[in-house]
Design a protein around this ligand. Sequence first.
Ligand SMILES: *[C@@H]1O[C@H](CO)[C@@H](O)[C@H](O)[C@H]1NC(C)=O
Ligand SMILES: *[C@@H]1O[C@H](CO)[C@@H](O)[C@H](O)[C@H]1NC(C)=O
Ligand SMILES: *[C@@H]1O[C@H](CO)[C@@H](O)[C@H](O)[C@H]1NC(C)=O
Ligand SMILES: CC(=O)N[C@H]1CO[C@H](CO)[C@@H](O)[C@@H]1O
Length: 805
Amino acid sequence: MRNKGISVTGLVWGFAFFLLPLHSAHGDVSYSFPEEMKRGSVIGNIAKDLRLEARILSARKARIDTEGNQKRYCDINLTTGDLIVAERIDREGLCGKKASCVLNQELVLENPLELHRISLHVQDINDNAPQFKKEVIKIEIAELSVKGARFLLDEARDADIGQNTVQSYTLERNNHFILNVNTKSGGRKNADLVLNKELDREQQQEFKLLLTSVDGGSPQRSGTVVIHVTVLDANDNAPVFSQAVYKASLPENSPVDTLVITVSASDLDEGPNGEVMYDFDHVSDENNIVFSLDHKTGELRVIGSLDYEDESSYEMQISAKDGLGLASSSTLIIEITDINDNAPVIYLQSLTNPIPENASPGTEVGIINVQDRDSENNRQVRCSIQQNLPFKLVPSIKNYYSLVTTGELDRELVSDYNITITATDEGSPPLSSSKSVQLSVADVNDNPPVFEEQSYKAHVTENNKPGVSVCTVTARDPDWRQNGTVIYSILPSEVNGVPVSSFLSVNGDTGVIHAVRSFDYEQFRSFKVHVVARDNGSPPLSSNVTVSMFITDVNDNSPQILYPAPEGKSFMTELVPKAAHGGSLVSKVIAVDADSGQNAWLSYHIFKSTDTGLFTIGLHSGEIRTQRDISESDSMKQNLIVSVKDNGQPSLSATCTIYLVISDNLAEVPELKDVSYDESNSKLTSYLIIALVSVSTFFITFIIVILAVRFCRRRKPRLLFDGAVAIPSAYLPPNYAEVDGAGTLRSTYNYDAYLTTGSRTSDFKFVTSYNDNTLPADQTLRKIPTDFADDLEDSDVSPKVGLYR
Ligand SMILES: *[C@@H]1O[C@H](CO)[C@@H](O)[C@H](O)[C@H]1NC(C)=O
Ligand SMILES: *[C@@H]1O[C@H](CO)[C@@H](O)[C@H](O)[C@H]1NC(C)=O
Ligand SMILES: *[C@@H]1O[C@H](CO)[C@@H](O)[C@H](O)[C@H]1NC(C)=O
Ligand SMILES: CC(=O)N[C@H]1CO[C@H](CO)[C@@H](O)[C@@H]1O
């Protein structure tokens, strides 16, 4: 019931509010009505309120006037007497914020003139919403603002008054802000934005919050504004690298300016707070030289030379720093990959140089080490040497190789080797290098001297000058220096019991063989010596060669008459029968010649005879024959002087006398002595000769006896030397036909002539070399005992005469 009563009261009030005129004394009326009524709306019946007849209004020309130049807001319907709204009445426009708004109008009646005041009380209606000055409120709040911070917001305005003005604010729900509404004097209200939770720009850098302001009218009206909160950055974030560790790989020798990697760090801050600068952190100088880091872009580029062999990886700390100095760091690892940029290098670790030529196959000569600074396949190295050498490389441990011989070495064939060692790696493309090793082969005395000929023959003419060179032997030794130096010597031996050194000597250096003494063909015609060639090595090697010496004959022996025996020894007389016919053999001259060949080819001539024409002599047989029958008239005693010549150039000759007695009776023989004596000029001389011959004969006989004794002990022929006199102890008559096979003398031989001092006892001959063509005839003749008489008188019986057994 109470509620009903209130409502009734409200209605009544409302009715009165609209319709009831406010009575005033003196006939004034006032009306109260809400603003913004439509034109023509009835405010009240003024005729009634003034107790006037409506019908007279028109007659009395009732009208509404205004004071001054005020606007006429209302009018009167003359028909009905209603006061109606003539103009839009806006309280806010007319009265603003005034609490009461009264418009004064006047009703004028004529006939009689009446004036009534009309007060129009305009009531506010909630026709205005709260309104903000701007559409957007921009607020910048530092990121680090503390909770509770207040930020004043613009006040919302509402043209209405009273309850119809701003009554409250509401803020859109959000996490960070709340509103604090203040009531100012005059009932105005404004709001503060209060930070209720710290901001993080990096989480949300702006907020758009709707602020609603509501009035208290009915219906309620509201106005909104957007609060645009911008969170101002604080440098609360360090730059952060996108990776904790950056890894990159890069081939070595990459050119300068190659981009290796780009690092990036992000800083959530903005502005200078988010500007990141990259830099190396504690880098060693070396890395600085190799890489550069762009401070702004974070590009890491090559600025130096990259060598895998020096540094295969780089590790550096980099930092990113923002404008205000907050920094963080990261690690940058750059692996350098290998490129085959290093050729193998060959090191000769040891070398046996020179290597002796007798080194057995497989001997290690040197050790080679090969190194390649690259890695993996690029450092796999194959080593080789050139073909056709007696060497090979044997791989040993790791990168070591042994250089060993594969065959026999022979310094005399190849004394130096250039061994080229080539090493190639397995990179792509492969690199290679080579090294030359010079190897000498040292000599070993492995070659004996070798004579140029298998044997030597030397010919020397007898009676040669001592010291004459007879032959040259040459031996070659290919070894080196003293191992190849040849020294000649004669192997000691004996010829006929005499050391060979007394015959020949050899020049040790040149191999020229000299005769030490003069040879006598009649003593021996050939002999052999062994010449040794020895090198100077240690131990020395030697070889020997046979040198056959042939002594060629010179006509230096006169024919020797054996029969008849030389005069003085015995006086041999041939008996020729008186009855001998022509052609009968009566005697024979027997002669020999110690020379040989032509030099011993004897011819016999009758040089002088008692009765020329009675006897002839065989030219070569020496047989004396009668030429005709003996006649009585022929002298009983016949003497023949026979000369025997050899065929040498010049020829030598000997003579003998043959005593012939033509008789049949031996009794006549004793007379023979007279015959011989008749021929002598002086008997005294003959006796003397006989005495001398006897002594000589005795002497010779004595020697024969001695030599015979010696010969019995030693069958071999020997030569005895007694001073310079050579006496053959035994002398076999030479085989005269045996001269160089053909029986002729070699025409190429030069004949030497020998001059004696005049005494034939001396066997020592002074040698004068000349050709027999230039020999003066008389010199030769002097030596030839052609004169029988001279020969007889010559008491010096030559001991050189061959003794025969
Ligand atoms: C070895 O090489 C050297 C120079 O390298 C050269 O003088 C010499 O003749 C060469 N020897 C041989 C046998 O090739
Ligand atoms: C000679 O040969 C020997 C080994 O037989 C050797 O030791 C020596 O060095 C060689 N001499 C020369 C000069 O080569
Ligand atoms: C001489 O040489 C032969 C082979 O050529 C050898 O048998 C002999 O022993 C050598 N004689 C000397 C003395 O060297
Ligand atoms: C001038 C004017 O508005 N007259 C009006 C008065 O009221 C009557 C009845 O309501 C109307 O018919 C008129 O038009």
